[in-house]
Design a protein. Sequence first.
Length: 133
Amino acid sequence: LETVAVATAPNVLSLFLSRGMSACALRVLDGLHYQLGIPASVVAASTWPGGLSLLHLAARSGSGCCVWAVGRWLESHGCMGSSGGGGNASGSSSGWRAAAYNGLTPLHLAALTMPCTSVCSVSALAAACLWWQ
């Protein structure tokens, strides 16, 4: 059953984030980390459907709640990197400054898909995370 959960998690998580279902996405992330024992750094470092990071998937959804929830989950598990830029202990890129294969960061995607007020909130969260680092 664990093998099935790990194999289907990327698609399920991508579906939840694409639909703006932040609470469901957090349940998947917590399930992978707490129930299956997968380190948060491995979850954060994974390449998700479309070759995107978790923050990219959340930003692409157009949901400020998803971006906020995923950003906080990554931050609370120490996966945003020492510079806020996205490197974690394994050297992967999962933070605000992490560029996808097309060169876009999560903030670029947020600006393209979200209403202005949501982008301002997400930008404030990113700035706060980067400032505290």
